[in-house]
Each structure stands twice: as C-alpha cells, then as structure tokens.
Design a protein. Structure first.
Length: 447
C-alpha cells in the first residue's frame, strides 16, 4: 500500500467537539439524570525480542458512553461511531435499558458541577510521537545489547487520549492525557536484567541510561549462588518497594473496612508502618500520572493517606462516602511514598552502608495469601544479589517470598529519596529504595 493511499487518522476529539456531542445527548434525553463519557485513544506499541523488532502497531479507538437514569433505574449504552445519528441512537438504547432495569439501591445522581484543577496531563512530544520515533528508541536499546552480545526484549509505547465527562446538571470536564512507556529485559545466558520507565513525556524515558542499567544487572547475574531460604535483611530497589506497596494501596477500600474484611479494619488513625513513612497523592507532580478529574467526575487533588506511619485516609466510592458522611472523596492516582529524615542519594549508597543483605531489583507475580493481614507471595526477578560488607559480591538464585508489607515496613534502616518506580503489575509511583532489617524468603525458585 502506498503512502498516498493510506487513510489518515482523524484528529483527536477536542473539548469543543465533545461539548457538541454531549449536547446532542443532554438536550434530547428524557431521563431524570444523564451522563456522557468520552474515551478517545490513539496508541502505538513497538515490541522487540531476540534483538529484533517483532511488532510495530498503531491503534485508534474512540468510545462515547451514555448513561440515563429514571429514579434509581439506570442503563448505559456506548458507540464508536461519533456521527449525530449514531449518538442519538445510543441515547435511545440507554433509555430503553434504563426503563427495564431494576432499582439500584446504590445509584447516585452525577456529582455537582464544579471546576477541575488544570494539570499538565499532556505533552506535545508524546502526542506527535509515531512508529518511527518508537522504532528509533527500540533500536537504541537493541543496539546497546548487541554490542555486549546480549539479547534484548521489551516494548516502547506512546499514546494520547481525549477524556471527557458531562451531565445534565452542568458537570463538564475534558482533558487530553499522554502516556509513554519503555520496558526492557536483557538476557545473558540464564541471567536477566530489567528496567522500565513511564512518563507523560516520551523524552523522559531515558532509553540509554535504563538500557545500560539492565545490561549491568544481566551481566552481574551470571553464575548465581544458591542461598538457603529464611529471614534476611534486604535492600529493596524502588520497583520492589512499589510492588509491595501497591497491594497496600489496593487494600485501602472503605467498603471492605466497614465490612471488617480489610487488613486495616478498626485501625483508622492508628500507626500501621514505620512512623517515618508517609503516603500522599500528588496529582500535580510532573513525574506522575495525575489527572484533573476521575472517571466519576470528581476532582483530583493532593491528599495524605498515611502520615508518619498513621493511617489517615480510606478510598471511598461515592455511595460509601455519602453513607459515611464524607464530603470530599480523596483520590490516589499519583502516589508518592516518602520517608522523613536524612536520605541516602542512590541505591549504591544504601549498599555501601549495608553489612549483609539480599538486594532485590524487582518482584513479580505478587499474589495475596491472606487478605486479613495482607500476607503476600511472589518471586524476585531480574537481578537478585548478595551484599556483603558494603559490596555486591555475587548473584543469587531467585527466591519466593511470603511476607506482609504491614510487617516488613514496621522498621526501616536506611532509604533514598523517592524515585520513579514502574513495574508491569503495579503501574507507576514515586518510592524510595529501602533497607529493611528482616524479610521472609520461603523457598528458592527453580526458574
């Protein structure tokens, strides 16, 4: 297919165009409450393996969802066709669904109209990044690995999304959000090294720096020694810290707290972890994925969830918040974990001051064992090493762990300032690397 015959993508849905589409619905709806949501995504991913690019794809999909409510009966219909006729037919389908639906005892009308804080959710360099730019970055990582006779596998992706929400009570929000990601696994025989990045700006992925770090991990990981399972001091890199803390974040649900099934049940306003630890939401931070508003049409803003080790906040849906008399619902889409006190500069600085410990680059396949006390299991991956007298002396075979972050983070011996922490399973947050005095490895893995 020649370049001139390729059908170009239509431009992203603008704020003005979404307002026009929303008005098509809101002015014609017969419902008591009507809400319109826009999700217009243009994304691309370049995948590579065995030092070759294996896929370079672009995807475009726009969805307009309409929710109509008659009293507590509500129905939702969606369309990928943004023509006036299709949008109006989508409204009719939502109305038909609502009329035959049973009452929903937890249904609430759309939130009131309000202004949303302007966040830097989009970067122009990511919006214009296409297959050629992603291919350039993939080849940069592949080239570095080829020079070392190592194998590279990973992805480079970029996306731009128009997100909108509108309701018949005047609620309206629309913003453009960009997302760029890089993930690399380097293989040196049986050893692997890994690094990853995610940012609003594709220029912030630091491909060369992260590739060299993954190469170093892979080369150091050759010929690992086997240590017996048991309790060990650990140096956790930021990704490993984030892997454990993400499960803690997921457990902050107010509904399960009220039911008594949460690991935090009855412990609000009590100390849960080391008193120097603070967990906050920072939607305005340039290195995080903060947004102006949530999918429910609520404003996102700064909030503190754990303050010097004390649990101060829970995650509410709108119904639970109303039932509990909570007026302002906090959000946690841009988490920052920090430690009060003098911090070390780098992971290497932590290693230098550590007598003996296991250095963990990352955890993977983390799963819940006991949700009542947040005991988790998972495995170390992509760089596990023995630290002795302030130096990394050898690689060690990967461990499986069984432990709870509520126990493991009761005491911290040393830490860095918060750093970018990205994993495939947990998304992104800012978290410090940490030295913990005790962590339970239950067995040695065989793969």
């Amino acid at each position: 297919m020649t370049g001139s015959s390729v059908k170009s993508w239509p431009k992203m849905t603008s704020r003005e165009e979404f307002r026009f589409l929303a008005d098509l619905v809101l002015t014609r709806s017969s419902g008591d409450h009507t809400m319109v949501k826009l999700h217009d995504l243009h994304s691309g991913t370049t995948r590579f393996a065995n030092n070759q690019v294996v896929q370079n794809v672009d995807t475009r999909r726009g969805t307009l969802a309409v929710t109509v409510a008659f009293g507590r009966r509500h129905g939702t219909a969606s369309t990928t066709d943004f023509t006036a006729g299709s949008v109006q037919e989508t409204l009719k389908r939502a109305e038909r669904i609502a009329r035959v639906s049973p009452d929903d005892p937890e249904y609430l009308p759309p939130p009131r109209s309000q202004s949303f804080a302007a966040c830097e959710t989009a970067r122009p360099e990511t919006e214009i990044a296409g297959p050629a730019r992603r291919l350039e970055y993939a080849n940069e990582a592949i080239g570095q690995c080829r020079m070392e006779n190592l194998l590279a596998a990973g992805i480079v992706s970029s996306s731009v999304t128009s997100v909108g929400i509108a309701a018949n009570n005047g609620l309206f929000g629309c913003e453009t959000r960009t997302d760029a990601r890089f993930s690399l696994t380097v293989q040196a025989g049986e050893a692997t090294g890994w690094n990853a990045a995610a940012h609003r700006s594709i220029d912030h992925l630091k491909i060369q720096e992260r590739t060299l770090a993954a190469i170093q991990k892979a080369k150091r990981g050759r010929e690992p020694s086997e240590l017996p399972p048991g309790q060990y001091p650990v140096v956790l890199e930021p990704a490993a810290v984030a892997g454990l803390w993400t499960w803690l974040l997921w457990s902050l649900d107010a509904k399960s707290y009220q039911k008594g099934t949460s690991p935090f049940a009855g412990k609000l306003r009590e100390r849960m972890v080391d008193k120097r630890l603070t967990l906050a939401n920072a939607p305005g931070h340039a290195d995080l994925f903060g947004v102006g508003f949530t999918a429910d049409g609520l404003p996102s803003g700064p909030s503190t969830w754990i303050d010097h080790g004390v649990l101060t906040q829970l995650a509410y849906d709108r119904f639970t918040a109303q039932a509990q008399g909570v007026q302002v619902i906090p959000t946690l889409e841009a988490p920052v974990l920090s430690v009060h006190g003098a911090a070390c500069g780098t992971v290497q600085d932590l290693v230098k001051r550590t007598d003996r410990a296991i250095l963990v680059t990352n955890f993977w396949y983390i799963r819940s064992v006991n949700p009542t006390n947040l005991t988790l299991t998972g495995m170390t991956r992509d760089g596990t090493f023995l630290v002795d007298k302030g130096e990394i002396v050898c690689a060690v075979k990967n461990f499986r762990f069984h432990d709870s972050p509520l126990r493991a983070f009761q005491q911290i011996d040393a830490w860095t300032t918060p750093m970018e922490a990205v994993t495939a399973e947990t998304g992104k947050m800012l978290a410090p690397a940490m030295v913990l005095p005790q962590f339970h490895f239950s067995s040695v893995t065989r793969f």
